[in-house]
Design a protein. Structure first.
Length: 113
């Protein structure tokens, strides 16, 4: 059974940086596209960044130029480097494979003003 484990969240001041990680227990990890999503209190879950099997990427306009998604296929891990964080970035961050409706427990990111 595929599992996703997110980690690396925390409390950071506005303007600071954090890197969150997602480790996936799935064979042939490199064959699958993945995304990072976030859900703020009272809001819908939204796509933040996405990475294809060829490492091509997509970013939501709200994070473009500040966030970087990457993957290490040798470690079955996808990362989200978040720079210049803003208070509106406070949310639970989740990763997900494109082809599976499975979510991990998420990791809380809180940005203070």
């Amino acid at each position: 059974q595929v599992q996703l484990v997110e980690s690396g969240g925390g409390l950071v001041q506005a303007g600071g940086s954090l890197r969150v990680s997602c480790v996936a227990s799935r064979r042939f990890f490199s064959s699958y596209a993945m995304g990072w999503y976030r859900q703020a209190p009272g809001e819908q879950r939204e796509l933040v960044a996405h990475i294809m099997r060829d490492h091509s990427t997509y970013y939501a306009e709200s994070v473009k130029g500040r966030f970087v998604i990457s993957r290490d296929n040798t470690k079955n891990t996808v990362y989200l480097q978040m720079n210049s964080l803003k208070p509106e970035g406070t949310a639970v961050y989740y990763c997900r494979f494109d082809d599976l409706p499975i979510w991990g427990q998420g990791t809380q990111v809180s940005v203070s003003s």
